[in-house]
Design a protein around this ligand. Structure first.
Ligand code: ADE
Ligand code: ZN
Length: 332
């Protein structure tokens, strides 16, 4: 199986309905229904905000270290089955803090699942702490300071939640602190917001990858910059269909143009429990809809490791498994 890194997945977006019901039951939380089909029938979205409203509502069921462990462990097991060999997983600590859950509980649960995945599944996994845009810049700074005692548990910071109305400039201080602490930096931009958010995330937040970035295609100068500076875009095709941030037919997905423009694009699942598919489902769907060739799939696999925050030794080890990349013997 071709190895892939997954670089854009929200652990909170891997909360499957069945697991939601189990965890709600054991925590004495009453869900809107105990029927999984009825709960799943609510998974039809008009836009990003209508999804986020349900996503945050469901997260109220998470209370204990075991809950956070079980959520991450289920995703990691599924990702390994999908052929993912390295994953960089977003999480939203502010949501859990808002629900009265201390950071210690969140880090302990997610951290234990990461350690187990490395040990038992041979899956390399790292955490990226995301700031919620709609809570503002001061809250982002406060959250980062509160998370610094757990600095060894996360490799970087990201920016997610409602994009429109919350431009990158608001989070410059938080990202500046993250940079000075040696944390890696990514941001959602150009998902619903315009290309100016992509440019400002690069210039004001000094991000190293753009999450989504679809709307960057509206600006030819920006496209040239992304290509020339080899800035990765973490693209999420099934998410774009579910949230109507791409045309309704996957055959018209901007991934085709991004590849043709020579951009460093990667394939990802975003919130797989909500959008109908994990990493392998996304790969399968775009392979079919866009008639991706084997060499394009090899390129997407290579891009995923090139865009990752892995150290050079691990990156080279994974790249050597993908056709088109010289192995250690051929390289010299
Ligand atoms: N949080 C979880 N999924 C998200 C997405 N697709 N965009 C912005 N914030 C998110
Ligand atoms: Zn996302």
């Amino acid at each position: 199986m071709r190895p892939f890194a997954e670089l854009h997945v929200h652990l909170e977006g891997t909360f499957e309905v069945e697991q939601f019901v189990d965890i709600a039951r054991r925590n004495g939380v009453t869900p809107p229904s105990w029927d999984v089909d009825e709960l799943r029938s609510r998974y039809a979205f008009d836009d990003l905000q209508s999804f986020l409203d349900l996503y945050y509502e469901n997260l109220g069921a998470l209370r204990t270290e075991e809950d956070f462990h079980d959520l991450a462990a289920a995703y990691l097991k599924r990702a390994a089955l999908a052929g993912v060999r390295h994953t960089e997983m977003f999480f939203d600590p502010q949501t859990h803090l808002g629900n009265g859950i201390p950071l210690e509980v969140v880090f302990a649960g997610f951290g234990a699942a990461v350690d187990e995945a490395r040990r038992d599944l041979g899956l390399s996994a790292d955490l990226i702490l995301c700031f919620l845009r709609d809570l503002g810049g001061d809250a982002a700074v406060e959250t980062l300071r509160a998370a610094m005692p757990f600095r060894d548990r996360f490799v970087g910071v990201g920016l997610d939640s409602t994009e429109v109305g919350y431009p990158p400039a608001l989070y410059a201080e938080a990202f500046g602190i993250a940079r000075s602490e040696g944390l890696r930096r990514v941001a959602h931009a150009g998902e619903e917001g315009g290309p100016e958010n992509v440019r400002d995330a690069l210039d004001l937040l000094h991000v190293e990858r753009i999450d989504h970035g679809n709307r960057a295609l509206e600006d030819p100068d920006l496209v040239a910059r992304l290509r020339d500076e080899r800035i990765p875009l973490t693209v999420c095709p099934l998410s774009n269909l579910a949230l109507k941030t791409a045309p309704p037919d996957l055959a018209d997905h901007p991934l085709r143009r991004m590849l043709d423009e020579g951009l460093l694009v990667t394939l990802n699942s975003d919130d797989p429990a909500y959008f109908g598919g994990y990493h392998d489902d996304n790969v399968r769907a775009v392979t079919e809809a866009l008639a991706l060739t084997d060499s394009e799939l090899d390129l997407l696999a290579r891009n995923s490791f090139e865009a990752s925050f892995l150290g050079e030794t691990d990156r080279a080890r994974f790249l050597a498994e993908i056709p088109g990349v010289p192995g250690p013997l051929e390289a010299g």
